[in-house]
Ligand binder design. Structure first.
Ligand SMILES: [Zn+2]
Ligand SMILES: [Zn+2]
Length: 160
């Protein structure tokens, strides 16, 4: 983890007391532990700051669980939206309207928003959902019911 990443996490820790940050996890995640959202921070990587903001986004949106995979994609994009809002609020404090630095200390540690990276992340979920929803027997896209079960409109229609 770079120094600026560490300082950014430190800043988030101070500004978002309603969640807990835990470093040194195997991967980035956000989990509800004893009524508190814990942001687990994964290994150092170039997008460390953005990934941290994303998990913080889950925590601030109070994402607990999801029953269907479609809602999984919905909460993933919601968490990125929240992450972006947090970052834009910081940027508004660090830069004035002309883009001139007014808080150098803050400007130095803020990550850059990377829309391409975010869309790639969301795409992996879309691909995963697509692969998962394919019927192994006939290849048709299945649908998922509230209980999380997948159903093939073709195969199940003939089996009934
Ligand atoms: Zn997520
Ligand atoms: Zn089928």
């Amino acid at each position: 983890m770079s120094d600026t990443d560490a300082e950014f996490v430190e800043r988030l820790t101070q500004d978002f007391k309603e969640v807990k940050f835990k470093q040194g996890a195997r991967r980035f995640s956000c989990q509800l532990r004893g009524g508190v959202f814990v942001i687990f921070l994964g290994p150092p990587c170039p997008k460390y700051g953005l990934l941290t903001l994303h998990e913080l986004g889950h925590g601030l949106c109070k994402h607990k669980d999801y029953t269907t995979d479609v809602s999984r994609i919905k909460i993933e994009s919601q968490a990125w939206e929240r992450a972006k809002t947090v970052l834009l609020e910081y940027r508004a404090r660090a830069f004035d309207e002309d883009g001139k630095v007014c808080d150098a200390e803050l400007a130095r540690i803020l990550p850059e928003w990377d829309e391409e990276f975010v869309q790639e992340k969301l795409d992996t979920y879309r691909d995963w959902l697509h692969a998962k929803s394919r019927c192994k027997k006939c290849g048709l896209t299945r649908y998922q019911t509230e209980d999380g079960e997948y159903h093939c409109p073709r195969c199940e229609a003939f089996c009934l």
